[in-house]
Design a protein around this ligand. Structure first.
Ligand SMILES: [Zn+2]
Length: 259
């Protein structure tokens, strides 16, 4: 992590699909723990989730790198149902071996994952990490064995939550509270460039509109607001039309210059 306190991941690799923007007005209440059942890098899990209807907020890799794939402010698709997804943050842990090795998870991955749990509990004011309270195994709903050895009854589970509690205590009470706004991706150089482009385009549009309106209402720089044009006797386009109609005797029309 670049910053535990601000939940700044080592890397953002945000999905463009297979998550739901926003949280339907619900607050983050707990963390859901998963394992990959795979040995995936940040790019690899991004690839999987771009092509499958699933996602989680964070991926902890074999070497302890933490990637963010869905913003905390959005709903990832990792738990049993919509409500669970809206109220939780999903953390995925890469395995360091496959089925033949019974899906081990490296110590580095477990340590960084536990630290992330602590940082999330601090950031969102969820309280000291505890299984079944603010830290839930994916298997809680009974439809999966995930996170397998990392779950509360798995061989890593006890040490994992103990490390999360250790880091939670280390981080102290500080200034972060439950009123901390939901973290969002900071503005990148690309986004700054895009905002600048939008601003410039807006300025161009305004200039064009002023030119168009000046053609109807006269050039304010020359004749003052709504001053009309010299060749129409100081009338705007609308007033010129009215003057012609009045001359032709169309009922209800007047030449503003004769009033
Ligand atoms: Zn899972």
């Amino acid at each position: 992590m670049k910053s535990w306190k601000d939940l700044e991941p080592d890397r953002y690799r945000l999905l463009t699909k297979n998550y739901t923007p926003g949280r339907g007005g619900r607050k983050i209440r707990y963390v859901v723990i998963h394992h990959n059942a795979g040995m995936l890098s940040i790019d690899q899990i991004w690839q999987v989730w771009q092509t499958r209807e699933a996602s989680a907020h964070y991926q902890v890799t074999i070497d302890g790198q933490i990637g963010q794939l869905v913003n905390d402010s959005d709903t990832a698709w990792h738990a049993a149902n919509l409500l669970r997804n809206q109220e939780s943050i999903g953390i995925e842990h890469a395995n360091s071996g496959g089925a033949a090795a019974d899906w081990p998870i490296s110590e580095k991955t477990r340590e960084e994952g536990a630290h992330l749990v602590a940082a999330i509990c601090r950031y969102y004011g969820l309280g000291r990490p505890a299984w079944g309270v603010n830290v839930r195994p994916h298997s809680e709903t009974g439809q999966t064995s995930c996170p397998y050895r990392l779950g509360p009854n798995g061989e890593y589970g006890k040490a994992y939550i103990a490390r999360a509690q250790y880091w939670y205590d280390q981080m102290g009470s500080g200034t972060t509270t439950s009123t901390t706004p939901v973290k969002e991706t900071p503005v990148t150089d690309d986004q700054t460039a895009l905002l600048r482009q939008i601003r410039d385009n807006t300025a161009d549009c305004r200039a064009m509109l002023m030119t168009l309106s000046a053609q109807d209402m006269g050039d304010a720089n020359i004749t003052g607001p709504y001053g009309g044009w010299p060749q129409t006797g100081g009338r705007t386009r609308t007033d010129t039309l009215a003057a012609i109609a009045a001359k032709l005797g169309v009922p209800g029309t007047t030449d503003t210059k004769e009033n």
